[in-house]
Write a protein that binds this ligand. Structure first.
Ligand code: HEC
Length: 172
């Protein structure tokens, strides 16, 4: 038995043209006429285009807004000199609290990094290395989703030591 498909346009009947606004204008022969701005495209098309944009932007790599680091935090000094003992302590904390995301050499390629929705920062980059200890200390302390706050897992001293260790990732 043959079935005929219902024409798709049927549903859109009557919604073909919409008047947006009308106004009076003089035409070429100087007669006053009514002109209306109308919209003919099917609303569906707009929806499809809008959805396409939505998906495209969701798939594109997100550029996140800059961190809002308070001025008072920026110039805080690291109480520890970047000597061997501080770096060794920092490395231990880094291994347990940071490495799974930031990776062995801080490149952002830790074992958990692929599961995250956000790109893990490359700690060896000049963007990160160019920041003051104070700024990095604040970021580690506060975290930003999906990066956890380290305030509850590491003491202040441990976080300062980590910064001395992170400095060893800098590209030479
Ligand atoms: C769950 C994964 C995860 C863990 C664990 C983690 N981070 Fe992050 N980290 C990230 C992500 C993702 C970003 C990027 C966040 C952003 O830009 O909003 C980031 C950003 C940073 C930044 C800021 C870089 C910049 O753009 O200025 C620093 C510094 C940092 N992490 C250091 C650490 C340290 C040190 C630890 C361990 C105490 C740690 N992170 C633990 C995922 C993680």
């Amino acid at each position: 038995m043959k079935t005929t498909l219902k024409p798709k346009t049927e549903k859109m009947e009557g919604s073909g043209e919409k008047t947006i606004s009308c106004f009076r204008v003089f035409n070429a022969t100087n007669d006053m006429v009514n002109r209306c701005l109308t919209y003919k495209g099917p609303a569906k098309l707009i929806l499809i285009v809008a959805l396409a944009f939505l998906f495209a932007s969701a798939a594109a790599p997100q550029h996140r807004s800059p961190w809002k680091v308070p001025e008072s935090a920026k110039e805080k000094k690291n109480p520890f000199a970047a000597d061997e003992s501080s770096i060794t302590r920092g490395k231990e904390s880094y291994k347990t609290e940071c490495m799974r995301c930031h990776g062995k050499n801080g490149l952002g390629d830790g074992t958990s990094s692929e599961k995250l929705s956000e790109t893990v920062a490359d700690l060896s980059s000049s963007e990160v290395q160019g920041q003051t200890d104070g700024i990095i200390f604040w970021k580690i302390s506060e975290g930003r989703r999906p990066m956890p706050t380290a305030k509850s897992t590491l003491t202040d001293d441990q976080r300062w030591d980590i910064i001395n260790y992170i400095r060893t990732f800098a590209k030479k």
